[in-house]
Design a protein around this ligand. Structure first.
Ligand SMILES: Cc1cc2nc3c(=O)[nH]c(=O)nc-3n(C[C@H](O)[C@H](O)[C@H](O)COP(=O)(O)OP(=O)(O)OC[C@H]3O[C@@H](n4cnc5c(N)ncnc54)[C@H](O)[C@@H]3O)c2cc1C
Length: 437
């Protein structure tokens, strides 16, 4: 197998790594590599941080291992190799009447990456997290194939869901899909004029899918204003998928300067009429709106950006409001900010979700960004919430352990599966995530 020495990065482009990467196309090639010792795997590197980086070491790019192994069209049970993307599954199976139960905000996440971060979608409050719909997973761990299910190798299965790739390379998985009437979504958009109204709209929404865009530049009475999108799967086919745009080069610093973001956000907010509006959109436009613009992460320029995603318990909503105030006051805002209601569903020890509200914001990597993220992280701990391991680039190990009380139990299972610590990544080392003390 050829190893290519290369420089690579997480999606936020703040953290980079230099190392060797192999892209096996066949399971036999992957097995040959792993027979010489374990190597961490990565998918499409849509985690914003260092979760899939292995500086100075080797990593396996799983994206060519993307075959469908079997599909039971009566039960909607799919088995596929881990490198297939969630977007491909949606495109292939929606016309046949089936959809992955959970779809994150990018269709570029692979099946392996979706399991390893136990991702959530716009229906978390209704359907839980990705790992809750995994029926079995085949791992290559310490040179052996191991099948884990919710009832067989139970502990290993739980540690794999949201286990950031530390139990072994996920070779393939079997998932339960959900029936869907077509390739369209009926979308209703409504404005929320401020924070309290936004929360009450999220709380009373009965939609299957719901997601809020929040204007992080708004202050005073308008603090927390935004728009809520609610969606239901609908019949109809997409005759021709729209092409994608691309950001060809790193944007200059002023592209997302504070005045530009303020103007953009105001226009975006007012685009939704006061009385709201309803439209029918293709699935990918609703579920993966940013995927239309290839390399949109270059809009933040060559210094990249941080994404901060937090979830706080329902009763701690005022803490989230304070965080929003801090962001609005910092001028380190961007147009990308998402407010979601989350349910309790989670599949693994390190899964992010908790019942409450989640806020995700992009923060350009400018002066003051690290201090702001650290303050938001402190506020999260104080509120009894947690930050997301697919996004965080700056937290300390102690803070993360405080947010994830099952981390010690997880580390014990993982350390048995990978006693040489060969699967560690830059993130697990930064957070000392595998320590049992
Ligand atoms: C625009 C955008 C929107 C997003 N929206 C959401 C959202 O709504 N909800 C949400 O939960 N997340 C969201 N994310 C985050 C994204 O879904 C996760 O980071 C996901 O893990 C990315 O998948 P990937 O294949 O790129 O994995 P990578 O980022 O390459 O890797 C992620 C982790 O999985 C491990 N891994 C990957 N493949 C394997 C494998 N085969 N075997 C073992 N370990 C493996 C890696 O080691 C790493 O720890 C979003 C990201 C972007 C860029």
């Amino acid at each position: 197998m050829r190893w290519n020495e290369t420089e690579y990065a997480g999606w936020g482009r703040v953290q980079t790594a230099h190392g060797e990467i192999a892209r096996p196309e066949r399971v036999s090639s992957l097995e040959a590599i792993l027979s010489e010792g374990s190597v961490p795997a990565m998918g499409k590197r849509r985690s914003y941080n260092d979760a899939c980086l292995n500086s100075g070491g080797r990593a396996i790019d799983m994206t060519r291992l993307d075959r469908i192994i079997s599909f039971d069209a009566d039960k909607g049970v799919l088995e596929a190799e881990a490198g297939i993307t969630i977007g491909s599954l949606a495109r292939i199976f929606a016309p046949l009447g089936w959809l992955p139960k959970i779809m994150p905000g990018t269709g570029f996440a692979t099946l392996g990456g979706a399991i390893a971060q136990d991702v959530h979608g716009k229906n978390h409050q209704v359907s839980g997290s990705f790992g809750q719909h995994v029926l079995s997973v085949t791992l290559l761990t310490s040179g052996k194939r191991v099948i884990a299910t919710p009832s067989r190798n139970k502990a290993l299965f739980k540690a794999t869901m949201g286990g950031v790739g530390q139990t072994g390379v996920i070779l393939s998985a079997k998932i339960q899909m959900k029936p869907c009437p077509g390739e369209m979504v009926m979308v209703t958009e409504r404005r929320a004029e401020g924070w309290d109204e936004f929360l009450s709209m999220l709380d009373t929404s009965t939609a299957t899918y719901s997601v809020g865009w929040i204007d992080t530049t708004a202050r005073g009475d308008a603090l927390g204003r935004g728009t809520l999108e609610e969606g239901e799967l609908a019949a109809g086919n997409v005759l021709k998928h729209k092409g994608t745009l691309s950001v060809p080069i790193n944007a200059p610093g002023f592209a997302l300067s504070a005045p530009v973001v303020r103007a953009f956000n105001s226009a975006y907010y007012h685009k939704v009429p006061v009385k709201g509006r309803t439209s029918v959109k293709p699935l990918d436009e609703f579920f993966f709106p940013l995927d239309k613009i290839r390399n949109w992460n270059r809009l933040y320029g060559k210094r990249g950006f941080y994404q901060f995603q937090t979830v706080v318990p329902t009763a701690q909503a005022p803490a989230l409001r304070e965080m929003l105030k801090q962001i609005a006051g910092s001028s380190l805002f961007s147009p990308l900010a998402v407010l979601k209601r989350m349910g309790p569903g989670r599949a693994g020890h390190l899964s992010f979700p908790m019942e409450g509200y989640s806020l995700a914001v992009d923060i350009p990597n400018r002066r003051g960004a690290q201090a702001l993220v650290s303050e938001l992280e402190r506020a999260t701990v104080a509120a009894g919430g947690r930050i997301y391991l697919a996004k965080d680039a700056l937290a300390s190990g102690d803070a993360v352990k405080a947010m994830y009380p099952e981390q010690g139990e997880w580390a014990e299972i993982v350390n048995k599966a990978d006693p040489e610590h060969a699967l560690e990544t830059d993130m697990t080392r930064r957070l000392n995530l595998r320590s049992t003390t």
